[in-house]
Write a protein that binds this ligand. Structure first.
Ligand code: FAD
Ligand code: 2HG
Ligand code: ZN
Length: 462
């Protein structure tokens, strides 16, 4: 170690695993955004809470910025280290610590993958219901730091609803045990909830107590083909009115073309402009009849042009792949991502405005629309043409995002529904949060991280 700060780190935390090879700096310094050039100082891989605390104390002594790092599947640049930061990876802290059948909780270290949590919950006859396509690679710590949403929010809510307790190391180096799995706790400010969605700027999540729940009843998955955007929310109202929905997701023909080119199975003979994937409880004749009634009503109204219902688990997975495979299928086009939300009742008006705005703004770029429409959450991916330079493309997209942010503000929406602000959406934070709120955020940051060492420049300017 030629850097004296790193020599001191190893002296202060003798068992710490530290990586400084160029390939590791590159690998751990970026997330799924791929926009910034990784340039971290080093990668620390602690194995215990005490080691995390010691690393944070060291960072405070030396004024070194620390980037908390999970699976780096984030889409807003929150886990990027491009300025000589120490990346603190939780990947070695990936164990299940406890299952409590009475409390129905699972206590885990923060580096555990979401999918491993699903599997462990299932072994105990229960489920952890937060779910999305990155389940195999993203970590619970990252899910908590971004308040991740996903494909079942419509039934179960965001990550926030499922966190019964947290252990965090604050930016000041204190270890806090927050809420300890209490169901009821009216004893003042709930710092657990404050940590959720704070994007690694207030504390490092080292352990979490997750709530589990009963498995859902048997479900069916349906793919619906829609002739126009305008009918989308009517179809949603019809299905939600008749069924217990587990998911209601949408995507366009562009998205479908990309997933099919990526190996997915063609679902219908003809092509249509818009599609919905919906999953709903269907465990008896009455619910099956309700599903058919919803489908037939939508067909009669001309809101749905075609559809298919899963006849087996394999077919259900094939349908889900059409929706869940989009992010990977378009990744090679280095998409500029928007992840916006409005309240559900404002969706029809916002959709009309956003469609008009983006149609005009991006005549030369392919735009792929999809998302959790049942939650009022749209993903709008703008694909970079191969012959357009990265910087020019991003600059053009940022101009349009300013207009989109204004439209969102007018509809009372959010510039980040579930991916976080990170670096990507920081310039537009003011469209969603007032000046007074942002000032309070800065004040909160100073309380938990007085020297500003935790993820500086993410969410808020350093
Ligand atoms: P990282 O990318 O490593 O980090 C994300 C942020 O959390 C950073 O700011 C980082 O500093 C911070 N952080 C990480 N670990 C900790 C910790 N232990 N303590 C404190 N801060 C920490 N997101 C959704 O919400 N819904 C989706 O449907 C969805 N689908 C996706 C599908 C694909 C294919 C991909 C690639 C991504 C998807 N995402 C989705 C985005 C991403 O997976 C989530 O944001 C996820 O929660 C990030 O977890 P991570 O462990 O990869 O976090
Ligand atoms: C999803 O819903 C994810 O599939 C990723 O949130 C969205 O790639 C995106 O823009
Ligand atoms: Zn999403």
């Amino acid at each position: 170690m030629t850097d004296p700060r790193l020599a001191d780190l190893l002296q202060s935390v003798p068992d710490l695993r530290l990586k400084t090879d160029a390939a590791d700096l590159e690998h751990y310094g970026r997330d799924w955004t791929r926009r910034w050039t990784p340039a971290p100082l080093a990668i620390a891989l602690p194995g215990t809470v005490a080691e995390v605390q010691a690393v944070v104390q060291w960072a405070n002594r030396h004024g070194v910025a620390v980037v908390p790092s999970g699976g780096r599947t984030g889409l807003s640049g929150g886990a990027v280290a491009a300025n000589g930061e120490l990346v603190l990876s939780l990947e070695r802290m990936n164990k299940v610590l406890d299952f409590d059948a009475v409390d129905r909780t699972l206590t885990v270290q923060a580096g555990i993958a979401l999918e491993a949590v699903h599997n462990t919950a299932r072994e105990h006859g229960l489920v952890y219901p937060v779910d999305f396509g990155a389940r195999g690679s993203c970590s619970i710590g990252g899910n908590i730091a971004t308040n991740a949403g996903g494909i079942r929010v419509i039934r179960y809510g965001n990550t926030r609803e499922w966190i019964a307790g947290l252990t965090v190391v604050t930016g000041a180096g204190e270890v806090l045990e927050l809420n300890r799995a209490l169901v009821k706790n009216s004893s003042g400010y709930d710092f657990r909830q404050l940590m959720i969605g704070s994007e690694g700027t207030l504390g490092i999540v080292v352990e979490a107590i997750l709530r589990l729940t009963d498995p859902p009843p048997p479900t069916n998955v349906m793919l619906l083909a829609l002739p126009s955007f305008e009918v989308l929310m009517r179809v949603f109202a019809e299905f939600r009115g008749r069924l217990r929905l587990e998911a209601f997701e949408f995507f366009t023909d562009h998205a479908l073309r990309h997933v099919l080119a990526h190996g997915a199975h063609k679902p219908l003979d003809q092509e249509y402009p818009y599609y919905v994937v919906t999953e709903f409880a269907s465990d008896d004749e009455a619910t099956e009849a309700a599903a058919m009634a919803a489908f037939e009503h939508c067909m009669e109204q001309g809101w749905v042009a075609d559809g298919v219902i899963s006849q087996s688990e394999a077919q259900a997975q094939q349908i889900w792949r059409l929706r869940e495979g989009i992010t990977e299928a378009v990744a090679r086009y280095k998409p500029y991502k928007n992840d916006v939300s409005v309240r559900i009742s404002a969706m029809p008006a916002f959709l009309a405005q956003a469609q008009a705005l983006l149609g005009q703004a991006y005549p030369h770029f392919e735009v792929v629309w999809f998302g959790h429409i049942g939650d009022g959450n749209l993903h709008i991916n703008v694909l970079k043409p191969d012959d357009t330079a990265d910087a020019e493309f991003v600059a053009q997209c940022e101009q349009v995002t300013k207009l989109l942010a204004q439209a969102l503000q007018a509809h009372g929406g959010s510039i980040s529904a579930e991916h976080g602000i990170g670096l990507v959406k920081k310039p537009y934070l003011g469209s969603t949060r007032s000046d007074a709120e942002v000032a309070l955020m800065r004040g909160v940051k100073r309380v938990f991280d007085p020297n500003g060492i935790l993820n500086p420049g993410k969410l808020l300017d350093a």
